[in-house]
Design a protein around this ligand. Structure first.
Ligand code: PNS
Length: 169
């Protein structure tokens, strides 16, 4: 069984992430989307929320598992029996970081293959940080609709604009 891991922060997952999930999952029997649980990195969404959202937006795909991990990606990939780690590449600005990470990973786990998919051009500018910025300064789900699935647009807006009692702030 050919298993691949797609690791990331997914805070939150964007249409760009979903595009990589959809396209890469075709090449494997199972694609495990691994959400990094890094308590030192400040995130907007809790780990269980990020998992829940990924789960919701991948319902149409038959061979996806959503999971979380902490520690090294290559160790997690080994534990899961994966032989490939997937990453998406956007502009050249991604390249240096991804190249460094790929070389480090292959030093740590020479048997593991890193596989890169070029993002679809319509998502080449898109990032989770951009989505959070739009949600922070805007208040309307519609402003996010081209960037993230509807459920994520709603939840991201709510994070910034609804108080803990669920009322608009
Ligand atoms: O979505 P992101 O934040 O760009 O994903 C980065 C991620 C999670 C893939 C990367 O930070 C990672 O693999 N972290 C786990 C620690 C690790 O394995 N480090 C060694 C590679 S440099």
């Amino acid at each position: 069984m050919k298993i691949a891991i797609y690791p990331g922060s997914f805070d939150p997952a964007t249409n760009g992430h979903l595009d990589i999930i959809e396209r890469s999952s075709r090449f494997f029997d199972k694609l495990i989307v691994g959400v990094l649980d890094n308590p030192r990195k400040k995130s907007l969404f809790k780990i269980n929320e990020r998992i829940e959202m990924l789960y919701e937006i991948t319902q149409h795909l038959p061979n996806i598992e959503i999971d979380y991990f902490s520690g090294l990606t290559v160790e997690y990939a080994r534990e899961k029996g994966a032989s490939v780690i997937i990453r998406g590449l956007r502009a050249m600005s991604d390249f240096e970081y991804e190249f460094q990470m790929a070389l480090t990973n292959s030093k740590l786990a020479p048997e593991m293959e890193m596989m890169f998919l070029m993002t679809s051009s319509k998502y080449s500018f898109l990032s989770s940080s951009m989505v959070k910025e739009i949600a922070m300064f805007g208040k309307n789900n519609l402003q996010l609709i081209d960037f993230v699935p509807e459920t994520i647009a709603r939840r991201t807006i709510e994070k910034y604009h609804l108080g803990s009692n669920g009322r608009e702030e």
